[in-house]
Write a protein that binds this ligand. Structure first.
Ligand code: LLP
Length: 421
């Protein structure tokens, strides 16, 4: 069931017509459906129902909005965080520190300290020196930090190069061949409770095979570590499941994913941990925008919208496709390029697209913008930071304000030596 539907020719998010949000909050604006977040959270959990012991941690980077985190906390999700900033958000959103996993290749010492003091549930250590530092910090406090080592299994995820993380040459994790030695050395340190291994090979995966290859390697590693006398109670299998962006895209379902995991991990006897981000958040949000101009182009007209690459970076960064549809489609179509106001040719959402015919003043949305959308926004060209709205039934709330340029200017200083007399 979809919570983004046309009623009487007008696109609604749950029971709220999008023109109402545009009129009351302005555009561009991200609009999320709470019911869709809840549904995705439940479908993902249901897909893993065949597994004995699981821990689900929402990848906060996908959508760190407090309102969204609150919804996922209520669904019983923990959090996967990559900075202390994300950790504080998760805690503020109602996620228990013990259910938080701290990943990331560049954790600072002060972040390790803060996370330890907050009592987070697990550190995924990305390299040996980080493990040594964490052990020292924990030992100085008289505690043992619960941890895994993140392993790079050298598997090609088959996704965009910029979001692949599990090849030998990527910066993430410990080379799987080095993992037994690193595990043995770190597990001897008194400040660590090294209890398992973690992996994450990439994002927006359209096939299960790369995940399966990675998990098979992790299973062999678990067996080898146990053979060497180590106790392994936790294996973190990361995130990565893709979502459909284009009409007709077919992606593995959480049920298919869960069946594969059950098959591959049979007999592991561990708590399996998961870090889904996009699969929960991607299709739970849209970016609502207004058409400013329709400008003639050399080949096709340019539909210039008031959202830009600073609001939704994915097309500029990864050539990502986001479906574009009118809020009140007339039934007529046009072939057009879709672009934003930012002064870069990369500020283009699509070229030569077959879209609903739109005119200046019309509202439209970019679909599948709930993950890696608002969170990657910037204020480039001194544009306002884009706001976010959460809908639930016939209610909505602004869950992140639009930050106008005045507020950004107020946070800047002209040094005293440049002040006019
Ligand atoms: N766990 C770790 C350690 C990760 O690095 C990531 C994503 C996830 C979990 C969640 O992956 P997901 O289930 O969402 O695929 N900005 C890019 C995506 C970057 C993903 C980074 N890591 C984009 O817009 O496509």
């Amino acid at each position: 069931m979809d919570h983004f539907t046309y009623r009487d020719g007008v696109l609604h998010v749950e029971d709220v017509p999008l023109p109402r949000i545009a009129a009351e909050v302005g555009t561009p604006v991200y609009v999320y459906s709470q019911a869709t977040f809840e549904r995705h959270a439940r479908v993902f959990r249901a897909g893993l129902a065949g597994l004995d012991r699981t821990h689900l941690a929402f990848a906060v980077k996908a959508n760190p909005n407090l309102g969204v985190l609150k919804v996922l906390a209520r669904e019983g999700y923990g959090a996967d965080v990559v900075s202390v900033g994300e950790m504080w958000r998760a805690i503020a959103g109602g996620i228990a520190p013990a259910d938080i996993v701290f990943s990331g290749v560049g954790k600072r010492r002060d972040e390790l300290e803060a996370a330890l003091d907050a009592g987070i549930g697990q550190f995924n250590i990305e390299h040996e020196a980080e493990g040594v530092a964490l052990a020292e910090i924990a030992a100085a406090r008289g505690v043992r930090a619960p941890a895994t080592i993140r392993v790079n299994p050298d598997v090609d995820a088959g996704t965009h190069a910029k979001i692949s993380t599990g090849r030998k040459e990527n910066k993430f994790g410990i080379d799987i061949d080095q993992a037994p030695g690193v595990f043995a050395r770190l597990s001897a340190l008194p400040g660590l409770n090294l209890r398992g291994v973690a992996t994450h090979i990439g994002s927006q995966l359209g096939r299960l095979e790369p995940l399966e290859s990675a998990y098979v390697r992790m299973g062999q590693l678990v067996a080898d570590l146990r053979g060497a006398g180590h106790a392994i109670s936790h294996v973190d299998l990361g995130g990565g499941l893709g979502v459909p962006y284009r009409p007709g895209d077919v992606m593995p379902t959480p049920a298919e994913f869960g069946a594969m995991v059950a098959r591959v991990t049979r007999g592991w006897d561990v708590t399996l941990m998961f870090e889904p981000g996009r699969v929960i958040a991607g299709n739970a949000g849209v970016l609502l925008t207004e058409v400013l101009w329709v400008k003639p182009g050399a080949v096709n007209p340019y539909v210039i919208v008031d959202a830009a690459m600073n609001d939704l970076m994915r097309p500029a960064l990864y050539d990502a496709y986001h479906d574009f549809v009118a809020v009140r489609p007339s039934g007529e179509r046009m072939i057009a390029n879709i672009a934003g106001p930012v002064c870069e040719s990369g500020d283009t959402f699509g070229m030569g697209r077959d879209i609903d015919r739109v005119a200046p003043g019309d509202l439209a949305i970019f679909r599948t913008a709930g993950a890696y959308g608002a969170t990657m926004a910037s204020t480039y060209n001194s544009r306002a930071l884009v706001p976010e709205v959460l809908v639930s039934g016939d209610r909505y709330a602004v869950v992140a304000d639009r930050i106008p340029p005045e507020r950004m200017i107020a946070a800047e200083r002209v040094p005293d030596w440049l002040q006019d007399a």
